[in-house]
Design a protein around this ligand. Structure first.
Ligand SMILES: [Mn+2]
Length: 274
């Protein structure tokens, strides 16, 4: 099934949706993230059917406006992802995981970007490679160009990195205490040039997003993540974004998949070309 709003032919598309049904970097006993991309497409379809019946509409956009812009490339092999993104140079890739190690393959195609990274984990382990916890260390990215939001379960090795490097790591507590606007002002001071945005769904509290490989209690709320995402997409020159780690096996009433679709639509409609 294709993403229901993706009606644009490839050459006319501004956004290209790419599913990567791969969980080879997953080390959690909670598996199933390889089924994430198709679960997102299925729920997007169900939400659209609701809307057509006229009984419910939660999509805060004139869908007609962006229907023209999205192309669903389908699912691709993780090993081929870099090549696919390279070929789609003038498009905005939206990658759906799969486990978070897939993000490293995307970032490699955008070596000079600042990475804004929503995750319960820092993703900067260097003792392992090709792993969902070594996303940023698997790339050549300078830690000074990484901003992490929602981190609440770093490993000792990662804490050392955070202290040693100039990486801006924003905890959940900081978001709750200072509020999104104040934290976003701090982010703005750091960002230079183009931005890549990655969202691991485990940044949300497991109450809202139970269907992830590695849930961590004490996460962020919809009304914290979404305003951040809106600000990022409207203020910065975003070259691509992703939504990772949906594991339908652990979802409840498709709660996490609905959240992922809502997030995806908010990303698309709030993107502003620079
Ligand atoms: Mn992650």
């Amino acid at each position: 099934m294709k993403f229901v709003y993706a009606s644009a032919p490839l050459q006319d598309a501004e956004f290209v949706l790419i599913g990567v049904p791969d969980e080879s970097g997953n080390r959690s006993p909670r598996t199933g993230s390889k089924r994430g991309p198709d679960a997102i497409r299925k729920v997007a379809y169900e939400r659209c059917v609701f809307k057509k019946k006229g009984t419910f509409s939660s999509t805060p956009v004139d869908s007609g406006k962006f229907v023209q812009k999205i192309h669903d490339y389908g699912n691709v092999d993780k090993k081929k992802l870099g090549k696919v993104i390279e070929v789609l140079k003038d498009k905005i890739p939206i990658v759906l995981g799969g486990d978070h190690s897939i993000t490293a393959e995307v970032i490699k195609q955008f070596p000079d970007v600042t990475v804004i990274y929503f995750d319960a984990h820092p993703g900067i382990l260097s003792s392992l490679q090709g792993y969902y916890g070594s996303v940023l260390t698997d790339t050549e990215i300078n830690f000074g160009k990484c901003i992490q939001i929602g981190v609440r379960e770093p490993e000792i090795e990662e804490l050392k990195h955070i202290k040693k490097e100039v990486l801006l790591s924003i905890s959940v507590e900081e978001v709750y205490e200072k509020g999104v606007s104040a934290v976003f002002k701090e982010i703005k001071k750091v960002v230079q040039g183009k931005v890549y945005l990655s969202v691991d769904l485990n940044v949300f509290d497991p109450a809202f997003a139970p269907g992830v490989s590695t849930p961590v209690p004490g996460g962020l709320h919809y009304h914290q993540v979404i305003p951040f995402v809106k600000n990022i997409l409207s203020e910065f020159d975003v070259v691509g974004f992703d939504i990772m780690e949906l594991s339908p096996s652990y979802d409840q009433d498709q709660r996490t998949a609905h959240l992922a679709v809502k997030l995806l639509l908010e990303m698309i409609v709030n993107y502003k070309k620079k």
